[in-house]
Design a protein around this ligand. Structure first.
Ligand SMILES: [Mg+2]
Length: 279
């Protein structure tokens, strides 16, 4: 497995459609004794919706995750930008949950929190409170305090008001971060988290390091923060990006959460070949 740092953007190209790569994916996973399947939540298992609280996995994805989670040769993990407690309430089954882009990790019956992130939580809390006041006049903006990080959601903000909302968010960030926090962009969101070199890719490496030799890792995600996780699993494992047409560290792409269900079925086939013929 490569380290998170080893992938370079220069080598990246648009991923190929998964349906063109089914035989290759099947072949590359055929020799694996076990699978580790790591899944982003929003935009991957669940369609993106205007109101983040309304996000639910598609029925097909929910059922496929449950089946994979029950399989003795598969470990499933959800790796989300949502707070751990939030994402855990939205999808049942996985053995492992990583929240806040990997800053908190629930596995083997306990929760580990990145120690620097824990120290900076009070600063995030203050910043979210200031944003609530500063952005009060922006229609439908939503500030989500996730304890270890904060997200400003612009999806429901009228397009004409979004530039002002982004400018105000950036100004508050610059005034209150004190060099301890960083601001990053996602899909119609701005995220504020601790300025530490730790992301989804690091969480996936930590999860994968726990698995026995012979485990192949698959990572599926749709946003910029998923790129570090694609780099963590490729080329020994398989990265699959959901949507988008730009360059990526993932080798394959599917169009939507419906395409994720096809991928999960393929993974089920790989670990349970011809299940009906089993004695
Ligand atoms: Mg996502």
């Amino acid at each position: 497995m490569t380290s998170t740092e080893s992938g370079t953007a220069a080598a990246e190209s648009p991923p190929r459609p998964l349906e063109d790569g089914f035989p290759a994916v099947r072949a590359s996973l055929a020799d694996a004794e076990r699978l580790l399947v790591c899944l982003d939540f929003d935009g991957t298992l669940a369609p993106i919706v205007d109101e983040p609280d309304a996000a639910r996995p598609t029925d097909d994805n929910r059922r496929a995750v449950a089946r994979l989670a029950d399989h003795q040769d598969v470990t499933t993990a959800v790796v989300s930008g949502r707070a751990l407690r939030d994402v855990r309430d939205r999808i049942d089954g996985p053995a492992i949950y990583a929240g806040n882009h990997g800053l908190e990790l629930a596995r083997r019956g306990s929760i580990a929190v990145h120690p620097v992130a824990r120290k900076r939580a009070a600063r995030i809390d203050r910043l979210c409170a200031v944003l609530e006041t500063t952005l009060a006049s922006i229609p439908n903006v939503r500030i989500e305090n996730k304890r270890l990080s904060g997200t400003v959601h612009f999806r429901s903000v009228p397009p004409a008001a979004r530039p002002v909302a982004r400018r105000l968010t950036t100004a508050v960030f610059e005034a209150f971060s004190g060099g301890a926090l960083e601001l990053s962009r996602g899909k119609r969101i701005l995220e504020i988290g601790p300025s530490i070199p730790w992301g989804k890719g690091n969480a996936v490496e930590l999860i994968a390091a726990d698995k026995p030799p012979g485990t192949a890792t698959v990572y599926v995600g749709d946003d910029v923060t998923d790129e570090s996780a694609f780099r963590a699993v490729e080329p020994g494992g398989i990265g699959v990006r959901v949507g988008g047409d730009g360059p990526s560290a993932a080798s394959y792409r599917v169009e939507s959460p419906a395409g994720v269900a096809s991928l999960l079925s393929l993974l089920e086939d790989v670990v349970s070949p011809d299940p009906v013929r089993r004695p």
